[in-house]
Design a protein around this ligand. Structure first.
Ligand code: IFM
Length: 468
């Protein structure tokens, strides 16, 4: 592996960092957040279309009906990535756009086929995520129903029939913590339920859908393609060494992080998490063979990282929380800069996370790590032409996190790529369009205007070199 650090001595701290040969630089988006064309080609409602209609669920009642209109402007967006010099594009497919029940929707399939062709024609590697939260609303019970996991396999195979000859990298799920605990326990995301037992059911069925799909795609591909899953990790630090604080931190970490990575990588739920959740855990949930399926070997673990959280023990919170094993967790803010999401900027947390994952889980299994999302929302101030100079905010965030990735590689973590979230300003779920994560601005007329961070990131991607 080519791995060079030249200390060029700027401010005594900046280095010229060369990334390994073949390291993937790209960007990521998701279907509901950018596509629009909500009902084109027979697309039926997803749970997000329905959730957006619930009064008060999304700020200002916003929705993804038009979003960035990527459905119609995909060629322009691909050209933009090519101009920037990005080599990989991670996008997700909207399940209800390609299937209505068992019926294939040709217009939706054609859209993704054209998108993939356009990417390949421009030399950009397509990276397909099967599920980024837009479940068909018609599926009874959503993820609380075990049958949804079987339907997911059918969906994956239908898509694979059409795109499997051209898409090499397939991710089953994006951030199952969000589509279970945030969606079924906290009610913050679709479908907006607040039932702790339902959230555990959803989490297990999502993992089952992942495992069964890896098996099915593996059989269909005969090991030709690269298969994996993307988890969102929020590393947790205890506010003090007190037993109470350490225990609360352990419990938050258990459901946020280890609940997902352990069954996938080791074939079992962590014993302490099972104990913590015993009061909610449905007796009939885990069937024989489930954990073997969930731990079907993968090739790549996608890592989404935005921040690290510090917790102390406090009063148990009244009302719904995603931290169902730790309603008594109170976040402690450190003296760190924050993004517009109120998330602390902690780049070294990414280095620690990647080395932890490599050491405890992926390294010995020969599973590669790729940062499949990292980025930041800031309150951008466009000039009269719509241009955003985000040098001091987003660019700096990306630079420091890329340096952390490089440090992790230097410590031996097998990290094979970095995908910036996000290519475009887009629909930030329950927070609507105000939270701008894009390296490319999208204005009210849907014009795409690359920010300073886009030009800078393109240069890093083209040269595989970072000054940071
Ligand atoms: O916009 C989301 C994305 O859909 C999933 N990961 C986190 C991003 C920022 O909140």
């Amino acid at each position: 592996m080519l791995f060079i650090n030249h200390d060029i001595g700027w401010a005594g701290r900046l280095m010229l960092r060369q990334f390994p040969r073949g390291f993937r630089f790209g960007s990521a988006t998701s279907a509901y957040q950018i596509e629009g064309a909500a009902h084109a080609g027979g697309r039926q409602d997803s749970i997000w279309d329905v959730f957006c209609r619930v009064p008060g669920a999304v700020v200002r009642g916003e929705n993804g009906d038009v979003a960035c209109d990527h459905y119609h402007r995909y060629a322009e967006d691909v050209a933009l990535m090519a101009d920037l010099g990005l080599g990989t594009y991670r996008f997700s497919v909207s399940w209800p756009r390609v299937l209505d029940g068992d019926r294939v929707l040709p217009e939706g399939m054609d859209f993704y086929s054209r998108l993939v062709d356009e990417l390949l024609a421009k030399g950009i590697e397509p990276w397909l995520t099967l599920y980024h939260w837009d479940l068909p609303a018609a599926l009874p019970g959503g993820w609380t129903n075990r049958d949804t996991a079987s339907r997911f396999v059918d969906y994956a195979l239908a898509l694979h029939d059409r795109l499997g000859d051209r898409v090499r990298t397939w991710t089953t799920l994006n951030e199952p913590w969000c589509s279970s605990f945030l969606s079924y326990a906290a009610g913050i995301h679709a479908p907006g339920q607040t039932d702790a037992a339902a959230s555990i059911r959803a989490a297990h069925h999502l993992l089952l859908a992942h495992g069964w799909t890896v098996q099915a795609l593996r059989a269909a591909d005969d090991h030709e393609n690269e298969l994996g899953v993307t988890l969102n990790f929020t590393p947790v630090i205890s506010a003090s060494q007190s037993a109470a604080d350490r225990d609360v931190a352990r419990r938050v970490d258990g459901t946020a992080n280890r609940f997902f990575v352990e069954p996938i990588m080791t074939g079992d739920y962590p014993a302490d998490v099972r104990d913590d959740l015993a009061g909610y855990w449905p007796d009939d949930l885990v069937h024989e063979g489930d954990l073997a399926a969930i731990s079907t070997p993968i090739d790549v673990l996608g890592v989404n990282y935005y921040t690290t959280n510090v917790f102390r023990a406090g009063e148990a919170e009244a009302g719904p929380t995603p931290h169902i094993a730790a309603p008594d967790a109170v976040q402690v803010l450190r003296d760190l800069p924050q993004t517009a999401m109120g998330w602390e900027v902690d780049p070294d947390g990414l280095r620690r996370l990647l080395t932890w994952l490599h050491t405890d889980y992926t390294g010995s299994a020969g599973v590669k790590l790729v940062v499949t999302e990292n980025g930041a929302a800031f309150d951008d101030q466009p000039d009269a032409d719509g241009y955003v100079d985000d040098t001091a905010t987003r660019l700096e965030y990306l630079r420091r996190h890329l340096a952390a990735v490089h440090d992790a590689i230097g410590e031996g973590a097998d990290v094979d790529g970095y995908l910036a979230w996000s290519l475009l300003d887009n629909f930030e779920w329950a927070l609507g369009y105000d939270k701008r994560f894009g390296i490319v601005a999208v204005d009210a007329e849907l014009r795409r205007i690359p920010k300073a961070s886009a030009a800078w990131y393109g240069q890093v991607a083209r040269t595989a070199t970072l000054i940071g």
